[in-house]
Design a protein around this ligand. Structure first.
Ligand SMILES: [Zn+2]
Length: 193
C-alpha cells in the first residue's frame, strides 16, 4: 500500500500547507451569519492535494436564519449545523482519509463522532483548554479523547499560525458564548480535579 501522507519526512512542508488550509478555513468561517461564533472547516485529501469540501456553521438550507433566531442563543444552538458537519455532508464518502481543518472553535464531541465515522484520518484545530468552565472546552476535551481512541491524529493549531491569521489566541480557542444551553448536563463532561 502506498503512503497516503504526502508530507512524511517533510514537516516544514506539512506546516506550510497546514497554515494555508487553516487560512482557507478562517476565510470561509467569515461567511457564517452566526453573530457570536464564525467557524470554518476544510476537508483535504492530502494524497491528491485536493480540497474535497468546505463548510461553515449555519442553519440547514431553506431554514430561515433570521436575526431573531440567531440572537436567541439556546434556539440557535438547537438549529445550527456545525462547520465540520456541513463539510462532511458535502463531502459524503470522499471524506474518507481526508484531513479536517477547523478554525473558530474547538472540535466538539458530536463533530468528533462524525469525523471518526466518516473516516477522517487527521484533525487540525484549536486544542481545548483543560480545567475551564467553558462548555466548548469541556466537550472539546471529550472530542480529543475520542479521536485519540479511534486512531485519528490531532494536530493543535499553533499560536504562530493563529497570529499569522490575525486571530486572537484566546478568542480563537475559547467559547465566545457564555450561555451554556446544556448546563444541566455538564456533570457528564467532568474533567480534571
Ligand atoms: Zn461541532
Amino acid at each position: 500500500m502506498d503512503n497516503i501522507n504526502a508530507f512524511d519526512g517533510r514537516p516544514e512542508k506539512q506546516a506550510k500547507w497546514d497554515s494555508r488550509y487553516l487560512g482557507l478555513a478562517h476565510y470561509i468561517a467569515q461567511w457564517s451569519k452566526d453573530p457570536r461564533a464564525k467557524v470554518g472547516a476544510v476537508l483535504v485529501n492530502q494524497r491528491y492535494a485536493r480540497v474535497v469540501a468546505t463548510g461553515f456553521n449555519g442553519f440547514p438550507s431553506n431554514v430561515e436564519d433570521s436575526a431573531e433566531r440567531l440572537e436567541n442563543k439556546t434556539r440557535k444552538l438547537q438549529m445550527i449545523l456545525h462547520a465540520e458537519q456541513n463539510a462532511l455532508l458535502h463531502a459524503g464518502r470522499d471524506a474518507r482519509e481526508c484531513d479536517a481543518y477547523v478554525v473558530g472553535k474547538p472540535v466538539c464531541n458530536v463533530c468528533a463522532t462524525l469525523l471518526i465515522q466518516s473516516g477522517v484520518r487527521r484533525v487540525v484545530a484549536a486544542a481545548p483548554r483543560a480545567n475551564t468552565n467553558s462548555y466548548w472546552d469541556k466537550v472539546g476535551l471529550l472530542a480529543i479523547d475520542m479521536l485519540r481512541e479511534a486512531g485519528v491524529a490531532f494536530t493543535p493549531v499553533t499560536g504562530d499560525q493563529l497570529d499569522a491569521l490575525g486571530l486572537n489566541r484566546d478568542e480563537a480557542r475559547a467559547s465566545q458564548d457564555p450561555l451554556d444551553p446544556f448546563r444541566e448536563h455538564q456533570h457528564e463532561f467532568k474533567f480534571g480535579p
